[in-house]
Design a protein around this ligand. Structure first.
Ligand code: ADP
Ligand code: MG
Length: 325
């Protein structure tokens, strides 16, 4: 390790290991030591963000720091786990003090809000890329897996979908990071408050990183069931509604991803209390459809007619288009 890397770690990253009771030893030794509560399962997740692939090359530095941690915390939320610590592997093209300070600010602000200690990592030189691993804890019976959805369950989704996709369009068109949908692209909010709501209530859960269709599809495949969702029920934010061209609305909301909302399948009798508890936790959850015994994911309009799952358009040339009587 060169002197510069040592300086970077001391200056920007050691201060982010705040010292939770579980952190027995943080940044500075050959390995960190964690002491997790007895009887809890350790939840581990890791995601890499590559510049130009997972975030725009010109994204603000603090947005990169925020997002690198946020996408990982989103995985813990989807698992029903409580975050404890994070490891950060950072590959940097050069030493840029301003960029590093911004990155550490974005990472540190989010870590601070959820009490996550940065306990270690690696710092190397190369094309900009950020890998974060998070450590969380969850009671074995409470983990929210992808398998477990049952026919008749209600499908619910948090917040609103499509903002990040529209945000990328707007960012590329020169709209600033203070625009509400551009903010959703750069500063996704991990839905950790919902982990508490869904633990012990949801039969299955996933976070939406690749679009509702793809990610709900993973839940359905893992659970051996299907689902019907209603296009009009997909929650869209007022800002999205106001600035997305109508013909792209459903495609952005269903297929693009990067929103990091949660999608959960809950017993239909529980849907009302989940919605109430979610609203009380500050993140609304909306009913978008139901789990079916027949496999496959169908997108319907309000009258039950099938829509094209990718674009939300009518399936004009599809034999299965006829609504069932
Ligand atoms: P080693 O050579 O033993 O792997 P390093 O020189 O890579 O150790 O790192 C020294 C210490 O700094 C370790 O505790 C490591 O976890 C920590 N560290 C390195 N890079 C980062 C980073 N980007 N963020 C947080 N901690 C880091
Ligand atoms: Mg190392």
């Amino acid at each position: 390790m060169s002197q510069t890397e040592f300086d970077i770690i001391e200056r920007y990253f050691r201060p982010l290991g705040r010292g939770r009771p579980e952190t027995h030893l943080g940044v500075g030794d050959d390995a960190a030591l964690l002491r997790l509560p007895a009887g809890q399962d350790t939840a581990l997740a890791m995601d890499t963000l590559v510049a130009g692939v997972h975030f725009p090359e010109d994204a603000p530095a603090d947005a990169v720091g925020h997002k690198a941690l946020a996408v990982n915390l989103s995985d813990l939320a989807a698992m029903g786990a409580t975050p404890v610590a994070a490891l950060l592997s950072l590959t940097l093209p050069d030493f840029d003090a301003r960029w590093l300070a911004g990155f550490a600010d974005g990472f540190g602000a989010l870590a601070g809000r959820y009490g996550v200690d940065l306990i270690g990592g690696d710092t190397t030189r190369g094309p900009l890329s950020v890998t974060v691993q998070v450590v969380g804890s969850v009671a074995p019976a409470d983990a929210l897996r992808r398998a477990g959805a049952r026919p008749g369950d209600t499908v619910m989704v948090s917040g609103s979908l499509g903002d990040a996709a529209l945000g990328l369009d707007r960012w590329r068109a020169g709209v600033g990071a203070d625009d509400p949908v551009v903010r959703r692209l750069h500063y996704p909010e991990p839905r950790l408050p919902l982990a508490t709501v869904l633990r012990g209530r949801a039969h299955a859960c996933i976070d939406i990183s690749d679009g509702l269709i793809a990610d709900l599809g993973h839940v359905l495949a893992a659970s051996g069931v299907g689902a019907r969702i209603v296009a009009e029920n997909i929650p869209l934010s007022p800002a999205f509604y106001a600035s997305c061209p109508p013909q792209y609305r459903l495609e952005y909301a269903l297929s693009w991803g990067d929103d990091y909302e949660l999608c959960a399948c809950v017993a239909s009798a529980e849907a009302g209390s989940v919605a109430e508890a979610a609203a009380a936790a500050g993140v609304p959850m909306t009913v978008i459809g139901e789990v079916t015994r027949e496999p496959g994911l169908a997108l319907l309009d309000q009258d039950g007619r099938p829509l094209d799952i990718r674009t939300g358009g009518y399936r004009h040339f599809d034999a299965r288009q006829d609504p069932s009587p």
